[in-house]
Every structure is written in structure tokens, then in C-alpha cells.
Design a protein around this ligand. Structure first.
Ligand code: HGY
Ligand code: MN
Ligand code: MN
Length: 416
């Protein structure tokens, strides 16, 4: 298929304005965003996105998990659409670009095609996946995982947040539960633009990341059970201290990841001790371990080492131990054809680029199981993300969106 000419470009200023306008919804306390999934702020962001899509002539579909599908018609209505998107939900101390750049970059493609009066054979569908972050309701990439057949719908509806609210109830409450059956849609291809969320592209002075693979992930929720007791009057030899167990296992997570270098990471991001009182020895600790690697054997080995070390630590301290997997996906190899379209677009546009493995998980990691999929990355300042100080430049956003534009339009086939 003829590729778009290198002069075909999106409107970078319009994209940046849309990013800044969306960033005003669900503001954080330090310049970023707190627009967690299925909150009122998420609902407000969804409504704005819908207004923009409808103003650009799209029709909006909505599935049972609230994923949004804004369709621009193609010359062949029966041709499978090319999907492009990411997520609008953020971390509690999230940035303005994680996910949002991919959704609004997709919208910018539609706006640009409208401006240029270009028709494509395949329809184009801009997508906002529900609950990519997994911070309020585990696991991450929940809706795209269900779309790919990895989670049952009732299981997804039953996921609870820290306050015991159910995902299904929250979806109903904000009025964004659709009728479409999750996963019924068939795709010609899926593309996702995302900030790198790591330091490589900026450090190497590269404008574009051509994402060939994605790391695999284990989220292991650990519950340690000890005995609440007085921190002052309980002899050290009589303590059953769940907080101490959590500290030792957290150290073990770091040691295990270091023992599996290179290309292995591990940390505890969410941790709670109970009753969390200054003068009570914690009788319970609940925390989540995040292990990742692009190498499946390393990923498996880290989980096995953790299970052995945690059992030994719990045994030494007399603690009860439960380890529950609450998130998992294997390392991902993206579709060579789609990856090639991304790389060719970066070359055609004259942008510096390098192949890269995604450190973070993305909806594309699951959609790659049901459709040819690839990702485009742009740098972010100091590689920082999942932090309100997350920052990119308008030029990086524009170049990433131009590569996305070329890859999507080439795959959707210009007809006039
Ligand atoms: O956890 C992740 O990698 C993604 O940011 N949800
Ligand atoms: Mn993201
Ligand atoms: Mn994220």
C-alpha cells in the first residue's frame, strides 16, 4: 500500500492544547493528575473525550466494561477497522501524558484526516481502555485483558477497591457501562502511542522508540499474619511481628531482582500494616510485589525464589503467609508487520529512533493476543513517570503522533 507522504503531518499545537485541556480534569496536587478509573473525574474526562470525538464526526461505541470506541468511517464499511488508542485513567499521583497521549494522539489522527479530506479503506477506531492503571482496581490493563479473553466479565465486575467498592457498581454509578459485549469487536490492527516512562530515549537522544517487545509481569499480593501486641511491654522474644516480616520480604524482593540482572526489576509499591498504630506491633501486613522481565525464565525464577524466601522468613518469625497472584502477563513480542510500519514511518519522517523493549505494561500487550499490534514511544524528561512531575516536550508529542499517524494511515490504506 502507498505510504503517506512525509509531508503528511498532524497538528502538533492542537494535540498539545487537547493534552493540556484534558490535564485540567482530575488535577493532582503537584501539577499532574489524579483521574483514577471510574471516579467522577474519570467520568468527566470520558465526557470531554466523547464530545471531541463526536465533533470530529465519530460515532461512539461503549462496551460492558466502559471501554470507548470512537469510529471514523472508512470507504469499505465491512473492512476490519484499524484501532488506535490507550487509556485516560491515571495513577493517584500520575502525570499528564501516561495513556492520555495515546488516546488524544489517536483523536488527532482523525482530526487531521478530516482537515486533509483523506478517506481510508479501513475504518479507524480511537479507543479509551477502562482501568489500564490497575491502581484502584487490580489488575492493570483490566479491560483490555478482558477484551483479549484473559478475564471473565463477572470477575472484572467484582474487583474491589481499598474501600470495598465494586468495579461494576462504580461503572454503573458514573453512567459509563455500555451494552456491547466485551471482545466482540474484531480488529485489522491496533497501534498505541505511549511515553517511554524510562530514561533510554532521552539519554540516547532518540525521538522515537520502535517497541519490539514488552516485559512480562507478576503482581503478587502477600498477606502476613502475626499478633497485635503492645510495643512497650511485649518482650522481643514473644513478638510475632508482621511488619518485620514485610520489611525482610521487601528487602528480599530487591535482592532477587538484583540477582537476576540484567533485564529484571522488582519492588513493593503498595504496603499496609494493621492496625497501623504507633504503639501496636503489627499483627497483619498486606503488600504487593511487582516483578518484571522481558525474559520468561527470569520472570518465573524470580517468583519461585520469592515464594521460597518468603516461606523461610515467615517461618523464622512465626508468621502466617499467603501469596496471591493479582496480576500477570508473559513477555510480549509485537507483530513484525506493524512494528515495521512504525519503523518505516520514523525513517520516512526523518526522526531518530531505536528499537526498544517496553518496561511498563500497556493495553497493547493484551491486544497483541487478538490482533496485529505495535507501539510507538516518545521520550519523557528524566525517564520519570507515575509521578506528577512527568513531563514531555511538545516536539516529542508531535513526532510520536506523526509516526503513529503514518503507521495507522498506511495500515488503514488511503483511498483518496
Ligand atoms: O503497571 C504498568 O506497567 C502500567 O503503568 N499500568
Ligand atoms: Mn500507561
Ligand atoms: Mn501508567
Amino acid at each position: 500500500m502507498p505510504a503517506p507522504g512525509e509531508n503528511l503531518k498532524i497538528d502538533g499545537a492542537r494535540l498539545w492544547d487537547s493534552l493540556m485541556e484534558m490535564a485540567r480534569i482530575g488535577p493532582g496536587v503537584a501539577g499532574g493528575n489524579n483521574r483514577q478509573t471510574l471516579t467522577d473525574a474519570d467520568a468527566e474526562g470520558r465526557a470531554l473525550f466523547q464530545r471531541w470525538c463526536e465533533a470530529a464526526g465519530c460515532t461512539m461505541g461503549l462496551d460492558e466494561l466502559g471501554t470507548m470506541f470512537a469510529r471514523r468511517e472508512g470507504a469499505d464499511p465491512d473492512a476490519l477497522p484499524v484501532y488506535v488508542g490507550s487509556h485516560l485513567d491515571t495513577q493517584p499521583t500520575g502525570g499528564k501524558y501516561d495513556g492520555v497521549l495515546g488516546v488524544l494522539g489517536g483523536l488527532e489522527i482523525v482530526r487531521t484526516l478530516n482537515d486533509l479530506g483523506i478517506r481510508t479503506k479501513h475504518p479507524i477506531v480511537v479507543t479509551n481502555w477502562t482501568n489500564e492503571e490497575g491502581t484502584r482496581f487490580a489488575p492493570a490493563m483490566l479491560a483490555s485483558g478482558a477484551f483479549a479473553g484473559m478475564h471473565e466479565l463477572d470477575w472484572a465486575f467484582a474487583r474491589e477497591d481499598a474501600d470495598g467498592k465494586r468495579l461494576g457498581d462504580e461503572l454503573e454509578r458514573i453512567g459509563w457501562k455500555g451494552d456491547e459485549k466485551v471482545g466482540d469487536r474484531k480488529m485489522h490492527a491496533f497501534f498505541e502511542l505511549h511515553i517511554e516512562q524510562g530514561p533510554i530515549l532521552e539519554a540516547e537522544g532518540k525521538e522515537i522508540g520502535v517497541v519490539t517487545h514488552g516485559q512480562g509481569l507478576w503482581w503478587l499480593q502477600v498477606t502476613l499474619t502475626g499478633k497485635d501486641a503492645h510495643t512497650g511491654s511485649t518482650p522481643m522474644t514473644m513478638r510475632v511481628n508482621a511488619g518485620l516480616g514485610m520489611a525482610r520480604i521487601t528487602e528480599a524482593v530487591h535482592r532477587i531482582a538484583m540477582d537476576h540482572q540484567p533485564d529484571a526489576v522488582g519492588a513493593v509499591g503498595q504496603a499496609n500494616v494493621y492496625p497501623n498504630s504507633r504503639n501496636v506491633i503489627p499483627g497483619r501486613a498486606v503488600f504487593t510485589i511487582d516483578f518484571r522481565s522481558p525474559d520468561l525464565d527470569k520472570l518465573t525464577s524470580m517468583r519461585e525464589r520469592l515464594e521460597a524466601d518468603a516461606a523461610q522468613i515467615a517461618g523464622e518469625l512465626g508468621l502466617g503467609l499467603e501469596i496471591e497472584p493479582v496480576g500477570h502477563f508473559d513477555p510480549v513480542t509485537f507483530d513484525a508487520g506493524c512494528v515495521g510500519a512504525v519503523r518505516a514511518a520514523a525513517d520516512r519522517l526523518g526522526y531518530s529512533h531505536r528499537d526498544i523493549v517496553s518496561g511498563a505494561g500497556h493495553d497493547a500487550c493484551w491486544i497483541n493476543r487478538v490482533a496485529p499490534t505495535a507501539m510507538v514511544m516518545c521520550p519523557c524528561v528524566d525517564g520519570l513517570s507515575h509521578n506528577e512531575a512527568e513531563e514531555i516536550t511538545p516536539e516529542w508529542a508531535e513526532k510520536g503522533a506523526n509516526v503513529l499517524f503514518h503507521a495507522v494511515v498506511e495500515t488503514a490504506e488511503i483511498v483518496e
